[in-house]
Design a protein around this ligand. Sequence first.
Ligand code: ADP
Ligand code: MG
Ligand code: MG
Length: 252
Amino acid sequence: MLSIKNLHAKIDDKEILRGVDLKVKPGEIHAIMGPNGSGKSTLASVLAGHEMFEVSEGEVLFNGKDILEMAPEDRAREGLFLSFQYPVEIPGVSMVNFLRTSLNEIRKYKGQEPISASDFLKLMREKKKLVDIDSKLTHRSVNEGFSGGEKKKNEIFQMVMLDPKLAILDETDSGLDIDALRIVANGVNNWKRPDNATILITHYQRLLEYIVPDYVHVLYRGRIVKTGGKELAQELEAKGYDWIKKEFEEQV
Ligand code: ADP
Ligand code: MG
Ligand code: MG
């Protein structure tokens, strides 16, 4: 589904990604961990297509297509969802309308007709079984005045509504209280199917108590230096990142 080969990216001539290799197959959940400043968010931004990063080497294939050549919105239409790609606040536009517009853009790209009002409502009802979101929230302006937990719920509801092939969630350290953790975890677990995949970027192991990843990768100084199963996350929690730094500072 996703194949990243020798990806290098820089900003202002500073190389941040220095040869990332990663393969994700349908049905898998991958966690990317690593100390602060390793390049985790940069990797997510490069996959999203943020212009400030310059890709200097490497290849990213998504369903066999070279996405580095695609505009960010086309990457989304191809079935890539990035948690932070969606607008922070859109005054005057309700979540319901925003979702319907986004969904119709994806359908148009696939050559499908816009969804009818009744089918859209049916879909909303169905997806609310995956993410417990209040109708009050979906009818308010997108993210306007939302609490951290509400924004998180909103984001995960967008994910299940748009139903991408691959979701990349960058869970930064801030604002992840226990409720937000559960919202993300339940959403990802309920949404998981043999034909979709999730990359979960997280600094802390705690989220991985609720979501069991198939693979855990450690990104350090712009490279994936270690890959393991869920036990690697537990090892990192117990031992911290210092041993990774010691082991790999010579080599990378
Ligand atoms: P992580 O998400 O793993 O904490 P980041 O990808 O945010 O790491 O950052 C990796 C490195 O890139 C850091 O050294 C950071 O200072 C640098 N960096 C990230 N964004 C920018 C930017 N917009 N301008 C300059 N340097 C940046
Ligand atoms: Mg950081
Ligand atoms: Mg980050």
